[in-house]
Design a protein around this ligand. Sequence first.
Ligand code: 147
Length: 652
Amino acid sequence: FLVILGSVLGQQEIDLDTLELGRMFEGIGGISGGGATSKLLVNYPQKQRDEILDYLFKPNFGASLQILKVEIGGDAQSTDGSESSHMHYEWEENYERGYEWWLMLEAKKRNPDIKLYGLSWGFPGFLRRLDNTPFLNNTKTAEYIVKWVNAAKVFYNLTIDFIGIWNERPYEVDYIRILRKTLDSQGFQNVLLVVGDNSWEAVSDIHSDPDLAPLIYALGCHYPGTYAWDQAVFSGKPLWASEDYSTFNDNIGAGCWARILNQNYVNGYMTSTISWNLIASYYGGLPYERDGLMTAEQPWTGHYVVDNPIWISAHTTQFTEIGWHYLRHGTGVGKLDLGGSYVSILSPDKQDLTIVIETMQHDHSKCIRPNINWFEVKKQDIVINLKGELAKFTEMDLWFTQLGYDGNNSTVFQKLDTIKFVNGSFKLSLGLDQIYTLTTVKSGNHGSYPDPPAPKPFPLPYFDDFEGVQVYQEPFNLAQQAGSFEVLTDGKNKFVRQMLIDIPVMWCFAEQSGKGITYIGNYSWSDIFLEVDFRCSKVNASSGVFLASRLDRSGCDTQLTSGAFFGVYCDGAWTLHQSISGNELDHGTLDIHEEWNKLSLLIHGHQIMGASNGVGIFNETIHDIPGSGFAAFGTLTFGLADFDNLHIKTAE
Ligand code: 147
C-alpha cells in the first residue's frame, strides 16, 4: 500500500536490505601514464607538488584514490609522450628512470592501502617482433615485466597488486600463461592479472579455454559506456572499467565521472573504475588537454587547478574501502524512476553504510566515448527505507554537490545537516545534476589549501644546463614525444642523451619518423630563437641531430608534425625541412667538431636562419610551415647523441 501511495505522490520508495549482497567494491583510481601524463608534475615547486599529491591521494582530503595505475614505461609514445623503460636494451636494467616510481611512493606515503596496478603501452625494441608486437619471445617479455614488479619490491618496497597485459592491443594467451608462471615462480603469486585492458573479449577465451580462467583475476574493459557483455557478467570474474573518463575536466567532465562511477556498477556490475588520467600534467596543446581529475601544467609558476572530478571522486572514495560490498540490485542499487541512479556500499562488519545518488542529465554528463542514448532526468522525491539489520542506522551524514552549467554556480562536496531516519525512513527531494552521499562514515572532509600562485605562460628567456636534474631522470620541461632523453653525467658536467638505439614496440605510430624528439615550451610560440650544444656519439650513434620549432602535431601524431627542422648529420651534412619526415627546403655541408658543437635556429615571421658554431648556415624565407607551435630537439635516427645548454628566447 505504501509503495502504491508513494508512486501516486510521485515518490519512489527505495528499500535497502542485506538479505543478499552484491559484488565486492574494488576501488576508484587514476592512471598515470599512457603516456607521460604526470610529466610536468615532477618539477613543480615542492610545496605545490605536495598539495597536489594530497588532493589526489591523502585519505579524507580530496579524491582519496584507492587505486593508482601506472604505465610500465616502454620507450614508446603512449599519448602525451613516451615513458622510459627500465631496460632500453637487453643488457641493462635501471630503476631510477621516469616518474612512476616516485609517484607510487608518494601515493603510498599518503595512503598505505592504495592498490598499485602496472600496465605496458609500448615495449623496448629488443622485445619487438616484426609485426610490432611484444610476443617475439614470451618468456623474455614476461621476465621483463616481472623484473619491474620485483624492482618495485627490492628498490622501493612497493607491492604491485595488479598487472595488465598490453594496453588496448591484442594479447597472446600463451604470453598470459607464461607471465602467470613467471610471477608465481618468483614469489609473486599475489600479483593478480587484469585482462585485457581493451574490450570484454577476453571472456570468449575464458569460455573456450578452461585452463585460462584461473590465471585471470579480473576482466578489464576500457570506456565500457557503463555496460558489460552478459557473458562477462555471467563469467563470475570481477569486471573493471580499467580505463574510463578521458573527458575535459569542466562540469560536464565532472558529470560524466559522477554518472559512470555509479552506473558502471548499476548497469554493468563493474566494481572498479579508473580514470584516464590521474592528473593532466602535460603541456596544453598536447592531445587530450585537461582530461584528468585535476590539472597541473605549470611547474614554472606552481599554478594548479583542483577540478570538480576530484570532488566527485570524494563522494564515493571518502566513504568506502576496497573490500566493502555493494548491496544487491533492487535492494540498494538501481535506477531512479525519473532518471539518475543510486548505489549502496556496506562495510564487511556491516557497521558502516554509504549510499551515493546521482541525477546527472544526459547533456551534462557526456563522456568522450562512447556515445550514449538519450535519457531524461526529472526532479523527484525519493524515500529511503532501511530494512532488516540496516534499520539500526538512525543518522547519516549528508554530502552534497550541485553542478552548475551555463553560468550557474556549483556547490561542490559540501556537508549538509546530518539526517535522521524516522522509523527507518528518510525522504530526499532530488534536483537535477546533483550528487548526494548518505553515510555513517564520519570522517568526510573537503580538504583545502590557500590558492596556488597565479598562472603565467612558459617563461622566456629560458636556459637549462641540466645540472639540476638527477642522473637517469628526464630533463625538466622537455616532453619527449619519441625516443628517450635522459640526463647523464661525465663526472663534471651533466648533459642529455637520447638513449634509444632501435625502434620500440610502438603503441601508436609516432616513432615511424625514425627520429627521437623532445618538445618544450608553448604551442602558441611563433618567433623564437633556439640554441643547443650537441655531441655525436662514438658508439651506437644516431646519424645526426636537429633543432626544430613551430611544431603543430604531437602525441600519436608526432610523425606527422610540420615545422622548421634544421638537421645536422655527424658527417657534416645539413638539411632544412618543413616537416619531421620530408619536404626538404635546402641542404649543404658544415664543419663538425669531435666534441661539443653549437646549433642555433631563429625563426621570425617567414624568415628563418640557422647557424652552427656561430657561423651562419642559411637565411631564407619560407611560407609552408605553421605560424606557431612547440620547440624541440632530437636525433635524426634512433641512436645515441648528446645535448646540453638549451637556450630559448623570443626572436625580435
Ligand atoms: C585510450 C588510451 O588507452 C589512453 O592512453 C589515452 O590515449 C586515452 C585518451 O582518451 O585513450 O585509448 C583509446 C583511444 C581511442 C579509443 C579508445 C581508447 N576509441 O576511439 O574508442
